[in-house]
Write a protein that binds this ligand. Structure first.
Ligand code: SF4
Length: 159
């Protein structure tokens, strides 16, 4: 069996809202590959972390001390996102869980209206697609939201 795929905890929500736009072509490619792999195999294990993950490795905003999206100290904000998601899911950093079980837990414990408190200043938040996707997952009770939506616009600062 493959080792659990490291995944920033808040990235589980980002993957729900990802519609093919991102910070660079390389980032979009990796994000799309991870999204496709997880949706194709709900039994795939992920290990939830509160630090940069392999998707971050492909992001042009990753610096030596982590995420620099909003400046040199932005990694602290990203970790706060991760820890808030983990708190709401009642899971500890480092937990390994199947993607399907994680989706079910998100569906049970997080709703779209929670995202402003979790995601704070993320430039993608105003688009509303992540909120819509979380609520769609809740509607399906985590069970059949295995076909992520495609399309949608990118925020101007996120190319
Ligand atoms: S609003 Fe930003 S941080 Fe929140 S789920 Fe969407 S992309 Fe991720």
């Amino acid at each position: 069996m493959d080792d659990p795929h490291p995944l920033r905890a808040h990235m589980a929500l980002c993957l729900l809202g990802f519609r093919g736009s991102g910070y660079s072509p390389g980032f979009v490619k990796v994000m799309g590959e991870v999204q496709a792999a997880l949706w194709a195999d709900p039994e795939r294990q992920v290990r939830l972390v509160d630090e940069p993950d392999p998707i971050c490795d492909a992001c042009p905003n990753l610096g030596p001390r982590g995420c620099t999206l909003g400046g040199d100290e932005h990694e602290a904000h990203m970790r706060a996102h991760d820890r808030e998601v983990l708190r709401r899911l009642d899971l500890a950093p480092g937990t390994a869980i199947s993607w399907g079980a994680l989706l079910a837990r998100v569906a049970e414990r997080i709703e779209g209206a929670d995202l402003p408190a979790i995601c704070t200043t993320c430039p993608w938040l105003p688009l509303g697609v992540c909120r819509e996707s979380v609520d769609a997952l809740r509607s399906s009770q985590g069970g059949n939201a295995l076909s992520p939506p495609k399309g949608g616009d990118a925020p101007a600062e996120a190319h």
